[in-house]
Write a protein that binds this ligand. Structure first.
Ligand code: SF4
Length: 203
């Protein structure tokens, strides 16, 4: 694992989140919106959205019918509208207006599962977190680290193999690698910088 991370760091020295945000609440909204949607599309939506609303108070006061047209450029927008409004209301009522910074509390928020909670911990609060999204899962499987398609199981395995201080970095490196080379349909194994270390390489 350490040699793979070293190679990926050399290939993607700038690997970090592409989501644009100015505070942890905006990151939460952007991360909820990002499911099954590209980061670029989320940024397009939030650039306009955050000019109108960007506090828990403002989102908590919206109805789904008011919010949906502002986010309908991303998939699952009806569910996401309900999650954003519900999470904002819970942040106000249960967490004193602040986005919570523990895995357990984050996962109480509507629309927040382990993946989003890990992103919030790591990117938002600078705490250890290793989110397993579709790219991390796929790359981990092909590299032989994931034993099955269960992201929670893969998260545990990766966390056992990677030093805590590198969890967030590894998350971004696997995502960037998954986008650039190890794509779902046609991985570019012939160009891949870690092909010699990969048991799943395709010839
Ligand atoms: S060799 Fe192919 S399957 Fe393995 S990590 Fe590289 S792109 Fe993915």
């Amino acid at each position: 694992m350490s040699a793979i991370l070293k190679d990926l760091k050399r290939e993607f020295p700038e690997a970090e989140t592409r989501l644009q945000f100015r505070n942890v609440f905006e990151l939460l909204i952007a991360t909820i919106l990002s499911a099954q949607t590209t980061d670029e599309q989320v940024n397009t939506i939030t650039r306009a959205l955050f000019k109108q609303y960007n506090t828990p108070q403002e989102f908590a006061g919206l109805s789904p019918l008011e919010l949906e047209p502002l986010i309908n450029g991303c998939g699952l927008f009806r569910n996401k509208a309900r999650s954003i409004i519900g999470a904002s209301q819970m942040i106000l009522e249960r967490f004193g207006g602040q986005v919570p910074d523990s895995m357990e509390e984050l996962m109480e928020l509507p629309g927040v599962g382990r993946k989003t909670a890990n992103v919030m911990l790591n990117v938002g609060f600078g705490k250890p977190g290793l989110a397993v999204d579709t790219h991390v899962q796929r790359v981990s499987r092909r590299l032989g680290f994931a034993e099955n398609d269960n992201p929670e199981h893969t998260e545990l395995i990766l966390k056992s193999l990677i030093p805590v201080r590198q969890w967030g970095r590894a998350h971004h490196l696997f995502i960037w690698h998954g986008r650039a080379y190890c794509q779902a349909k046609k991985p570019k194994c012939h160009e891949c910088p870690i092909a010699k270390r990969c048991p799943g390489r395709q010839t």
